[in-house]
Design a protein around this ligand. Sequence first.
Ligand SMILES: *[C@@H]1O[C@H](CO)[C@@H](O)[C@H](O)[C@H]1NC(C)=O
Length: 188
Amino acid sequence: MISYLLLSIPTAVKMNGFACLPSFTASDFFFGGLAKPGLTNNSLGSVVTPANVMQIPGLNTLGVSMARIDFAPGGLNPPHTHPRASEILFLLSGQLDVGFITTANVLVTMTICEGQIFTFPKGLVHFQQNNGNVPAVAISGLNSQNPGVQVIAKSLFAATPPVSDNVLARAFQIDTQEVDEIKSKLAA
Ligand SMILES: *[C@@H]1O[C@H](CO)[C@@H](O)[C@H](O)[C@H]1NC(C)=O
């Protein structure tokens, strides 16, 4: 039975949708992409550079990943969730207002400074904003090789196909014209 199973394993075995590496080199466990600042000249003034199983094939099944987050002064990493990971953020430089919202709808928030850590529990909506007048840089650890991310504003107002105006107008207690304005801004 065991030999039958071994023989029947196809060559490109996958686990969690990613290849189990039948052979590998050191580069499958390496990523240099967090060495340099990401570009923050976008509408939010922040950028997340991930270092997960998409960038590092050797992370598959290991249950860890990282990300670098760069913030311009005033920059915002907007409210989002990671469906598969808690996050522990270490602030390398600058100052951030951080927060998450519990399932009881309580905002848990504070200001953190260089060298300090804040934690975002798995699945909860959270955000970080640079409240200083110099750039800020953070490194996050996440307990999944593939944490996933859902950015709340984009999920609701920039989905494909779009969520209907009626759903959003009723949910946010605004009119459909206001819904369309938000949709057009987020589509840009
Ligand atoms: C952001 O800055 C980079 C490098 O300075 C530049 O190449 C890019 O066009 C800029 N992007 C925007 C959206 O301004």
